[in-house]
Design a protein around this ligand. Structure first.
Ligand code: NAP
Length: 241
């Protein structure tokens, strides 16, 4: 059964359809939107993974965010820790995308300096769309050349602004960042984030789990509240620059 999601603000409505949610999430022009889940007390993980924080409403919302994006951008740490497979949306999302003139699946773009990923993993071999490996010019990405488009920018560290410019030059305007905290921090430091979708998961984790972003930024980023959705005890918040 589909998890019920209501809008609490700014336009209170009950039991939003997928189309109504997609409309509420619509953006015009190139965008970097991050999507995270956090416990009430700010932990980005439950037993080392975000999946344990994600309830039914978050899962539905997560899929709808993938539905509308051109690219899903993820740091290699999250790919390794969360056990990502090939980037494949649901049949309903793929059909929606086709009806809207989009490829059936978004492009999976993975940010990695060390290239500690297996080019023979299903992420690459079963990908419905050729993934992108975002790395440095210094890294030897030869092993990935057959299974991915390699975007190599920056010398010691990945130049994320350059990488996003290259990805946009490939015709991809909407980028959805699914984490993790290091990549989010780096994107914030480079002032590249337009929007955050944050699910507040109704748990108190305590412990030493990471926050959703870490690293250092020159100045704090003020954000505007875009909307507030509710699914059971989960809050789904949208903040924009
Ligand atoms: N709550 C949530 O919504 C959520 C979402 C995602 C992840 N998480 C959790 O976060 C944890 C993983 O955190 P993480 O910080 O290691 O993940 P991450 O940000 O996904 O990965 C960090 C890795 O990304 C690569 N990278 C390359 N250039 C980078 C750059 N300029 N900036 C940042 N990263 C760059 C590096 O990979 P190489 O090592 O290959 O060079 C680096 O080790 C896991 O426990 C996961 O479950 C939570």
């Amino acid at each position: 059964m589909t998890a019920r999601i209501d809008m609490l603000w700014p336009d209170p409505r009950e039991t939003l359809s997928d189309d109504a949610l997609v409309e509420a999430l619509a953006v015009a022009g190139p965008t970097v939107r991050m999507n995270f889940v956090s416990s009430i007390d700010g932990s980005a993980t439950h037993e080392g993974r975000s999946g344990g924080l994600s309830g039914a409403a978050d899962k539905r919302h997560f899929e709808l965010l993938r539905r509308v994006t051109d690219v899903v951008l993820v740091g290699a740490g999250t790919v390794r820790d969360e056990g990502y497979g090939p980037m494949r949306v649901s049949d309903a999302s793929a059909d929606w995308r086709e009806r809207h003139g989009m490829p059936r699946h978004p492009v999976f773009a993975i940010v990695t300096g060390r290239l500690d990923l297996d080019p023979s993993s299903p992420i690459f071999t079963d990908a419905p769309v050729r993934p992108i490996v975002v790395t440095t010019a210094r890294a030897d990405a030869t092993a990935f050349a057959g299974v991915a488009d390699v975007v190599a920018v920056g010398d010691e560290h990945v130049d994320l602004a350059g990488a996003l410019a290259t990805i946009r030059g490939m015709g991809h305007a909407q980028v959805l960042g699914e984490g993790g905290p290091s990549l989010f921090g780096s994107l914030l430091a480079a002032d590249l984030v337009d929007e955050l979708c944050l699910t507040v998961s109704p748990t108190l984790e305590a412990g030493d789990g990471p926050r959703i972003a870490h690293g250092s930024v020159p100045t704090a980023h003020g954000m505007h509240l875009g909307h507030v959705l509710r699914g059971g005890d989960e809050l789904l918040l949208r903040y924009t620059r």
